[in-house]
Design a binder for this molecule. Structure first.
Ligand code: GDP
Length: 362
């Protein structure tokens, strides 16, 4: 499954946030036999549709889609120079599908800032610079080889051209992603073999003081620093405290006392899921209502394959009702009677909110 790597300067609250993430671990609760990796936090993506489906179908439980967050050992200035920890750090990022930067905005004299002052802007620049330098090194290393190779292999020319373009962007101090060269798109395709870091989507967590959670002017200022990437504002300590509470009413009270409707981790899971470019479809029955993760553009058999490879191999058709139609009808039988249930074949491209039952041969 796709993962989001958590990075940030020392003392910004990464461990605190990560501990809160693992306390919310939906794996432990829902998949008792799954292996739980110490450096991975699996967080449920809140989805009100599942609660509604569970009412309609009388489901015993709901299983949301999940996002995997990986704790990546602290970035150090000079990581791109490839010394010890730095190497490991870059290798871990290479394996992540998106990068979540934790940025310190909270003020606390007892917590030392590595640069002596709290400045989201300069922290973001520090981290981006390391990633850009690492990519620049990769690019400079392969470019002469590629240029030579392309003299005899004309099919390598598009790669040379893409690498030269990437080099220019990086030399300007910009990430490839911000220049529109994004992992999974056609422009990034010729660069795939280089495993670059800054083609990955970024998202930002601002670890803020409680007062700032409701300070719209402050938040707008931070958002401007990182646009068009997404920002999530949370207080890591508060999130950790929320994780300690077993009582839902108490947790809600704590959230309301700081003007929040949902935990920051819930927002983070949702934004993370979006950042990874993923989509869900839904299944429902008396046992469970569940969201399944697929890629945007996946067909019905591909979606079936997420449940079981046999479902994909033996795929016959899918009965699809859109969530809104199902809720309006109130039951599958009524939706069918109203002609809202569609039989879709193997070329059907899944849409967000499809409630599906697959027919297959075993
Ligand atoms: P890391 O080095 O980025 O993993 O940072 P830690 O999670 O270890 O946090 C460093 C210090 O900052 C610890 O003493 C935390 O208790 C403290 N800290 C973390 N988050 C917050 C916060 O939101 N507010 C305040 N005041 N302190 C925090």
């Amino acid at each position: 499954s796709l993962t989001i790597g958590i990075v940030g300067l020392p003392n910004v609250g990464k461990s605190t946030l990560f501990n809160a993430l693992t306390k919310n671990d939906v794996l432990a609760a829902n998949y008792p036999f799954a292996t739980i990796e110490p450096n991975v936090g699996v967080v449920g993506v809140p989805d009100a549709r599942l609660t509604r489906l569970a009412e309609i179908f009388g489901s015993e439980r709901v299983l949301p889609a999940t996002v995997d967050f990986v704790d990546i050992a602290g970035i150090v200035r000079g990581a791109s120079e490839g010394e010890g920890l730095g190497n490991k750090f870059l290798a871990n990022i290479r394996e992540s599908d998106a990068i979540c930067q934790v940025i310190r905005a909270f003020k606390d004299e007892n917590v030392v800032h590595v640069d002596g002052k709290v400045s989201p802007k300069s922290d973001i620049e520090t981290i981006n610079t390391e990633l850009i330098l690492a990519d620049l090194q990769t690019v400079e290393k392969v470019l002469p080889k590629l240029q030579k190779e392309s003299r005899i292999r004309k099919d390598r020319l598009p790669v040379v051209k893409a690498v030269e373009e990437a080099k220019e962007i990086l030399e300007e101090g910009r990430t490839l992603f911000s220049a529109g060269i994004r992992q999974g798109t056609e422009r990034a395709e010729p660069l795939h073999e280089l495993h670059l870091l800054t083609v990955k989507p970024f998202l930002y967590v601002f670890n803020v003081d409680e007062e700032e959670l409701t300070d719209d002017a402050f938040k707008a200022e931070q958002r401007a620093l990182i646009a068009p990437a997404e920002a999530v504002f949370l207080n890591a300590k508060l999130e950790a405290d929320l994780g300690e509470l077993d009582d839902e009413a108490e947790a809600l009270e704590l959230l309301q006392s700081v003007g929040q409707e949902e935990p920051g981790l819930a927002t983070l899971a949702r934004v993370g899921f979006e950042t990874l470019g993923l989509q869900t479809y839904l299944t429902a029955g008396p046992k469970e209502s569940r969201a399944w993760t697929i890629n945007k553009g996946d067909t019905a058999p591909e979606a079936a394959g997420v449940i079981h490879t046999d479902f994909q191999k033996g795929f016959i058709k899918a009965e699809v009702i859109s969530f809104d139609d199902l809720v309006e009808a109130g039951s599958v039988a009524e939706a069918r009677a109203k002609g809202k249930a569609r039989m879709e074949g193997k070329d059907y491209v899944m849409r967000d909110g499809d409630v599906v039952e697959f027919r297959f041969n075993v």
